[in-house]
Ligand binder design. Sequence first.
Ligand code: GTP
Ligand code: MG
Length: 417
Amino acid sequence: MTTILPSGRVFIRNKHKSFLDTLRFQVCGGSGGNGLPKHDGLGGNGGNVYLVAKNGVTLNTVRQSKQYRSGFRAQDGQHSSNLSIIGANGKDLQIEVPTGVTVIADAFKRKLADLNKNNDQVAVAIGGRGGDRTNAFCGSPGQRMMIKLDLKMIADVGLVGFPNAGKSTLLRALSRASPKIASYPFTTIKPNLGVIEYHFNCDFRQISVADLPGLIDGAHRNIGLGHSFLKHIVRTKLLLFVVDIDGFRNAGGVEYHETWSSKEPVQVIQSLVNELDLYDSSILRTKPSMLVVTKLDNTNKRRQFEELMDELRKATITIPSMEEARKEQSSADENAPNSDRVNFEFDRVVGVSSVTKFNIDRLKGLIRRLIDIDAESKLQHVSFKQLLEKNKDDLDLFLDDDEEDKENHLQQSGSSH
Ligand SMILES: Nc1nc2c(ncn2[C@@H]2O[C@H](COP(=O)(O)OP(=O)(O)OP(=O)(O)O)[C@@H](O)[C@H]2O)c(=O)[nH]1
Ligand SMILES: [Mg+2]
């Protein structure tokens, strides 16, 4: 259930029941046991606390565990006694956490580790030393830490778009995922993951796609669902800007905030580019990106798409130049007009319909090629744009109009009505 606050932020009731992507809790190493002075006895060391990544574990699992509220604590070391001069060490505690988390020491805001694979582990609290002659036989307390886990969604492709643009429907068309779809904004309140499977040539390559909640103007300032989801975009390899051929329409009513203005497609594209750039100016400069115009169900819409292409060639999409971006970052209070902008170009543009499946296979092919070219450019230490230009003919194959294919789509859309 979502509610729109007067500020334009979208408030999700029971958000934490359904989805968690960060979690804080306390961990404490076991105390060291005391030594026995009479016999020069040694107290046992306290146990350490480890976080161990396990596939299938979620942050919700961690939250529901018994020790979550009281704090996770490893076993104390045993005191040295007449019966056992050397106290036994306390048992270590292993907390199972999801794979793909960043572990942060909350008090210092310092990253301790990335647990990316099953069984990766990190010590987060060391047990106290047992008592002996050097510490007056007094065992010391274990280390106490507030830990924050930040779940990274690691997906190859991120779908970025205004609410209602058709991102979730596109994810359904590309993969077997079945995210919720509806004709109101912010249907998607948590990221959905899907996998594109490539079956041709007996090649079973898989590419994961993250469908993210919609972005609107001010997302970088936490308007709409805010920037808590923008962090997932930073971790993807390829961005798909998903834009409705009719742009964004504020239909009014409880599901829309009055300040979310309706926009034509070109304005939507510029807004998305602005929001991403304001959130993190390296995203657009370092990641390949594709513009995907959706809802081209029939010939009228495809004509509209051609017009949009003409318009895009004339109206340039811009981002601040590198120098300007640096200036903005170094002096946030400087009110200099942001005039020095450079053109932003998508690496490829494709028009699709998730309903009739028009161009969906082409889009799949392009996604794969762009990701491969990006990986190759990193291996060869050449710029992505250069390598893309070299592979131009290969890529344009995906964009050549295949009449037979087109007819099939038209027939399909005709028969579906
Ligand atoms: N005709 C047509 N309608 C589409 C197409 N793709 C999506 N829609 C419709 O557009 C509306 C929004 O689709 P969603 O996939 O929920 O949009 P979204 O971008 O995920 O929206 P949020 O999750 O709210 O950000 C739904 O009513 C869909 O049925 C398409 O290719 N053709
Ligand atoms: Mg959605």
